[in-house]
Structures are given as C-alpha cells and as structure tokens.
Design a protein around this ligand. Sequence first.
Ligand SMILES: Cc1cc2nc3c(=O)[nH]c(=O)nc-3n(C[C@H](O)[C@H](O)[C@H](O)COP(=O)(O)OP(=O)(O)OC[C@H]3O[C@@H](n4cnc5c(N)ncnc54)[C@H](O)[C@@H]3O)c2cc1C
Length: 487
Amino acid sequence: MNLAAEEQALKIAIIGGGISGLAAAYTIQETSRAKNLKAGVFLIEADNRLGGKIRTEQVDGYTIEGGPDCFLRQKPWAAQLAGKIGLQSDLIGTNDEQRKTYVVNKGSLVPLPDGVMLIIPTRIMPFALSPLISIPGKIRMGLDLLIPSFKGERDECIGDFVRRRLGKEALEKIAEPLLSGIHVSDPEKQSLLATFPRFRALEQNHGSLIQGMLKERKLAASKKPVSGNGPTSLFLSLRHGLSQMVNKLESSLNDIHLLRGQRVTRLERHPQGGFRISLSGQAPLDVDAVILAIPAYEASNLIEGFAPQIAAQLDHIRYVSTATVTMAFQKSDIRHPFSGFGFVIPSKENRDISACTWTSIKFNHRAPEDTILLRCFIGGPGKEEMVSLTDDELIVVVRRELKALMGLDAEPILTRIYRWEKANPQYDVEHLTLVKHIFDLCQEVPGLYLTGSAYEGVGIPDCIRQGQQTAEKLLASLPEMKTEINL
Ligand SMILES: Cc1cc2nc3c(=O)[nH]c(=O)nc-3n(C[C@H](O)[C@H](O)[C@H](O)COP(=O)(O)OP(=O)(O)OC[C@H]3O[C@@H](n4cnc5c(N)ncnc54)[C@H](O)[C@@H]3O)c2cc1C
C-alpha cells in the first residue's frame, strides 16, 4: 500500500506481540489480502523481541524453553497455524515409547498407573496394582461408576468436583498436581467449566467419568487414523523450539508495521470514535480500532480512563508468578539412569519445586547426545515468594530437590533461569461468567477488543484461536466502523 492510500485506510493497532497478538495480526493480514481490504495495521510490543511467554534459547547445542515447551494436538489451532506458515515438517511429537509420568508420593517417585487418562483410570490391572493410591482410595475412585451425575450448569472448583466423583485421595495425589499444575492454580479456586469442561460433559453425558472416558476411547480407536498429517502424540512442539513459530510469523507479517521495544503507556478514546495510543519511544498513534492482546491487569490500566467499568471487571482476573530452572547434566555423571517425561509433586508433599520435566527424554532435538536436559518449576499459588529468590538461591533449591527426589547430585554443566512475574492468569470459579460480562461491556466501546490468555484458554492453541477469532470479529465490524467514522 502506498503512503497516500495508507493515510486513507482504516488503522488498526494490536497491542501485545505474544502468540495471541501475532495470531490476530496474521489473520488480519491474510484476510485483508484475500478480500483486498485496505488497512494500516500496527503490532506494538513493549519488549525488543516478539513471542511474550514463548521464549526459546539456543545455547551450546541445547534448545531451551523458558516458558511453554509444547502444545496440545487435540486443540488444532496451533498445528494448523504452523502448517499455514510452512512449519508442518518441523512439527515434532513426544517420544511416546518413553511416555511415563511419575508422582512424588511420600518423597519417592511413583509411576502414574498406565491407563490413567488425565485423572481417570481406564485400565483395571495397572491401577489395582499401583502403590500410588491406597486400597480405600481406589475403592472410592471406583464409586464414580455409581455416583449420580450432577444436574445443572453451575460452575464448581476442581477440588469439589474431584472430591465428589473420585474422592479426596485422587484429588491430592493425581488431580491437584496434574490438573492444577497445568493451570498453575489452586484446585479450591480453579473453575471446572473454564479449565476442564470436558469432565462435566463426561459426567453428564455418561453418568460417570470412567464410563465416559472408556466410551470415548473406544470411539476414538474405531475412527480411522488420519495418515500423513504429522506427529500423532498428545503434545507437539517444533524442532527448533516454540520460538520457531514466533520467528516464522514475524517474518511472514510483511504488511504489518511491527513496533518492537515500544510500551503503550496510555490509551485514550477520541470523542468522535477511535483511539490515541501513547508510546514509550515515539509520537502517539491514532487508530480506529485496537486489539489488546496483553495481560488483563495491563489492559485494565490502559482503559481505566475511558472504560472504568470494564477495567474494574478485568481487575478480578488474578495472576500468579512462577519460575523455570533448566539444568543440563553429563549422562556419564548420572548414577541412576531414568526414563519418562518427568514428575509432578502434590502440594501435600511440601517440596520447594512443583514439577520437573525430563526435557531431552520427552522430545528429541533438545540436547547433545551425551547429556540430559531437565526443567524444574518453582512458585505458583502459595509459593510465589520463591520466584524472588536470587539465582544462586534457586540453583541451591533445585539441586537439593533433585538430589532428594532423584538421587541426582551431579554438577550441572548448564543452568538457565526464567522468572515469570504475574504471568499465569487464574481462572477462578465463574470465570466464564466474568469473561462474558467483560465482553458484553466491550460492545459498548466500538473498536475496542480484548484477547489472549486471560479470557478463554491459557494454552497456546486457545490463545491462537482467540487471536484469530478476535481479528475476524474486528474485520466483520469494518463496514459498521467505516460508517461511524465516515470513511
Ligand atoms: C512458564 C510457563 C509455561 C507454560 N507452558 C505452557 C505449555 O507447555 N503449553 C501451552 O500451551 N501453554 C503454556 N503456557 C501458557 C502460554 O505460554 C501462555 O498462555 C501464552 O503464551 C500467552 O500468550 P499471550 O499472547 O496471550 O500473552 P503473552 O505471551 O503474555 O503476550 C503479551 C505481550 O504483551 C506485551 N505487553 C504487555 N503490556 C504491554 C504494553 N503496555 N505495551 C506493549 N506491549 C505490552 C508483553 O511484553 C507480551 O509480549 C505456559 C506459560 C508459562 C508462563
């Protein structure tokens, strides 16, 4: 588009260059090209690099993920986007022949029994023989087959749901470290409907989680596998790490003005419609529509002046802080070789780390052959103060925990620490109602859109879907917007 044409065109700003903002920008670009729409689009990112929580570093032959390390294949939006931007052949699956997760039980690593799908046992013998759950605990889990299903649509916390269906022990030893671990949440606050709606559906459609999971598994097995469509494991990543997707998107966004290292410090609404964006490093920008793909508390700060009601609702979305500590070891220094994807730790065990992924076993292409790469998780609900320990203190904590839990006392040959302050949005009970209310209120401010991990899914596929849908919604409102601002 030449400059004169651009002057006339509608201007759109996407604030936040994480995966949600990138997906929105890419969708606007591709749709504008396909429909020959003229729009000047700006993607504004405070940091000097794009990607937000997605942060891969290549160091001495290691591929180190500071934030997310994979995404769920069942939610197709991430793999689809990777395919569209030419990364299909770089999608990698997990090494499923090594697939085993351990749970720390009374200080020891105990394998999660084969056949346990998320929290639901689907194979009798491995479950019956597992030392993880006591005999009364197993019998209580089996009662799921008899307990009547919950009628109604009311939300409840994960804690109440799992206690109701599978009992207290299943909550403490399986659900809390696995389900709440994924969302870095407190199970007594975490919304079932916003984070695991499938469980409510299983309960209501089949009368029992176990019955429902068995039937769904049978149905899935009877379907012909789709061949030639990339790896089929539950989780996927990219050969060079998840930043490969960010870098490819960045280089594909030829029609978008990328403003990196520019923090939006203020957002004002023009009385006649449209917005003025104040930036940390350059003159203000006037735009007709804005997508805020930033954390809820940042969005609240920016819109408080002209949309105080929405800002107040956004402030209800809480965040917690975490850190990841990655360490590499020489295989020859490890006395007890291990296999599996890592372990999770119930909070009852009272440890200083919450989980550990055995990264170079879970995925290929992550570490030189003669080494092992591990990643430990620190912080989260009730343990956020751990994130502010110094690097040296964090290393001491992690090494102490690895020694106690895995007998690993070798000297690490590489260590990387990433702190994620206020990075994990908390989907508390009734989160979906809150989000609906926020989105309804936004309809009263034409041209204002909110998207990203604060709202309808924290995982990368959901962030991509939300970014795409928000962009489509904005583009669909263009005729309206053009009339309003007399273009
Ligand atoms: C440690 C960790 C591990 C995770 N693991 C997984 C995983 O394995 N799989 C998975 O699917 N998900 C995982 N997640 C969740 C997932 O990574 C995030 O939910 C997702 O990446 C968020 O994307 P986003 O674009 O919505 O937000 P963000 O990535 O937070 O992007 C927001 C961007 O906005 C910018 N910004 C903020 N304020 C301003 C401003 N005023 N002006 C300009 N720019 C601004 C920020 O700098 C940032 O780049 C993990 C998250 C963390 C923290």
